[in-house]
Design a protein around this ligand. Sequence first.
Ligand code: PMP
Length: 302
Amino acid sequence: MTVQADYVWMDGNFVKWQDAKVHVMTRALHYGAGVFEGIRAYPSNGGLGVFRLQDHMTRLLKSANVYRLKCRFTVDELCSATLELLRRNKIDSSAYIRPIMFSSDLAVNLDTLNGSSSIAICTFPMERLFEKSGLNVCVSSWRRIDDSSTPPLAKACGNYINSILAKIDASANGFDDAILLDRNGMVSEGTGENIFIVKSGKLVTPSLTCSILPGITRDTVMVVASDLRIGVEERAISRAELYMSDEVFFTGSAAEIEPILSIDKRTISDGKVGPTTAKLVDIYRKIVRGKEPRYLHWISKV
Ligand code: PMP
């Protein structure tokens, strides 16, 4: 998928897409020293609305703080810049928004603390992430990174080299995506998604101590499930428990709510999208498009 739009926001300026460049010696490119976000905008009540924009920008600055990357913009300023960028790019269909803050010095040392950082926001039209609905996935032989080395709670660029190892193996073996286990061998998350299982009508998802990114879609599902009086439990899940679940699904801003139909060639239940997943997919679709009044506070109008 090639992406494109007219403008990119860089360090406070709107620059033409083709001029939004960095030098090949930029530190972040060599060492993964950056943090980023993935956000979506949807057609909503006659305009465009960004889903949980404030929450994403807040997480961006919290991730930056872990690596002590300095940002001269506030959450509010980053949100306003995003909305203005969507207007300038005249985007009126479903779109993806990618803010990235990175160590911008042209240097071969690792001292990001005494260096400079840059921040950019890109937006471009994007529909579904996965080409099909309902995934066949594997459990990766690669383990998820850990809080004691590169903390998965922060959405850092370098973390994704771990996801890439899992993704390329999955892809080479004909799977749509991979699930990673944490260092204790318990279920962690997908390559770019959180994971939920359904057991006797109740949701279970790995807790924050299972090496996961605290996903905003995960949080959305937990809030909505509780409003629908569906029980939610955060705890460790074993690999076999995954195989024996009634339903399994991924959540992510890009992936949305994506049913998982098989894991390591074991069909989950009857191999069809289960009733709880279907219900959540349906309401999520409505919420992000501004069709559920109760959750309109999550949408920033462009
Ligand atoms: N885990 C990882 C590793 C991710 O990259 C993502 C996508 N940001 C998620 C989980 C889901 O997070 P969110 O719902 O905030 O997009």
